[in-house]
Design a binder for this molecule. Structure first.
Ligand code: SF4
Ligand code: SF4
Length: 322
């Protein structure tokens, strides 16, 4: 039968709704289920709808909300476990004190909105929905991964309740690392969780240009402290003509070595790119990959590069042969 990995295994908390996959990511109008008056009703509605969509796809219904999605593939029914393995916490409005040039949530209504974040019901819903899923056997606890990215978690008004709800599971905390948080460090030391930081620069000047704050050294210090307690993952969003130069690439490799990290995630700005920018990425990303390889550091290209990924690899192979 047709299904997709999001429909089977994902649960995403978004702006007052639950969903399987991202709006704008794959389908223009993906299935989304607004918060109902209680968290219990909300999760029951989500699970019922998931079952309904599966039944529609099983029956070959061409009018299902997922019909036509390019991510639908043929699944053997016996492997369709339908237990949730990935939970994405992307509550908004939220708070973040950073000003990344590529931030998709930069408007004032969405970020830096402490009062709205405080009023929101997200953390309360999370704190009921997770135990409900566990108690009723809907979680694959051995493989469960929770991505915690509700703006900046360290300054979120409901940080305590969010952490309390997720701390026993394996989590990735996306953080700008401006602030070191002892409670998060505790979670790292007790589970296989990690913090993820998009460093995007190898020099203080470039860091300032991208993040809007002169905090390169402070952030490195925070990451060092987290590293002493558990996992740290670094990401580098390559931005043409901002951070795609030798100095920054060499600088980030030094950072990786200092933190004793063996891998870098390479990403791109999520916003629409011109083809000229893609051409630039096809030249600079292979350069970064090569430098990492020369320093025995692994890399992972995020799937965001789409059709250009093949060109990046071609360019990289040509560099290797030269
Ligand atoms: S089939 Fe497409 S729209 Fe439906 S849940 Fe999967 S990714 Fe989302
Ligand atoms: S750290 Fe994340 S939420 Fe904060 S400004 Fe940067 S991209 Fe936006």
């Amino acid at each position: 039968m047709l299904s997709c990995r999001f429909l089977n295994k994902f649960l995403s908390f978004n702006i007052n709704l639950l969903s399987f996959c991202c709006r704008g990511g794959i389908m223009k109008d993906p299935p989304e289920f607004p918060y109902l008056s209680t968290p219990e009703e909300t999760i029951v509605n989500f699970l019922d709808n998931r079952k309904r969509i599966h039944d529609e796809l099983r029956g070959g219904n061409k009018n299902s909300i997922c019909s036509g999605c390019q991510l639908l593939t043929e699944f053997d029914e016996s492997v369709l476990v339908e237990k949730i393995e990935n939970i994405n916490i992307s509550f908004y409005p939220s708070v973040c004190q950073c000003k990344c040039v590529y931030c998709g949530y930069a408007d004032h209504k969405t970020l830096n909105n402490y009062e709205e974040a405080k009023k929101s019901k997200h953390a309360e819903y999370l704190s009921v929905i997770l135990p409900y899923l566990e108690k009723n056997g809907f979680l694959n606890k051995d493989r469960l991964y929770i991505q915690c990215s509700p703006g900046e978690i360290t300054i979120h008004p409901h940080k305590e309740l969010i952490l309390e709800s997720i701390q026993k599971y394996r989590c990735g905390f996306l953080t700008n690392a401006f602030v070191y948080d002892e409670k998060i460090a505790e979670v790292l030391s007790q589970t296989k969780s990690f913090v993820m930081h998009s460093i995007d620069a190898g020099t203080r000047e470039t860091y300032y240009k991208i993040k809007g704050f002169d905090l390169f050294e402070k952030v490195l210090d925070t990451l060092q402290k987290y590293k002493q307690r558990g996992g740290v993952v670094l990401k580098y969003i390559v931005l043409p003509e901002i951070n795609d130069n030798d100095r920054d690439f060499d600088g980030v490799i030094e950072v990786l070595k200092t933190l004793k990290l063996r891998k870098l995630i390479i990403g791109k700005d999520n916003r629409e790119q011109t083809s000229a920018n893609y051409q630039k990425l096809c030249r600079s990303v292979p350069l970064l990959m090569r430098k990492l390889q020369e320093n025995s550091i692994n890399y992972e290209l995020q799937p965001l590069f789409g059709n250009y990924e093949q060109l990046i690899h071609q360019q990289y192979n040509e560099m290797e042969r030269a």
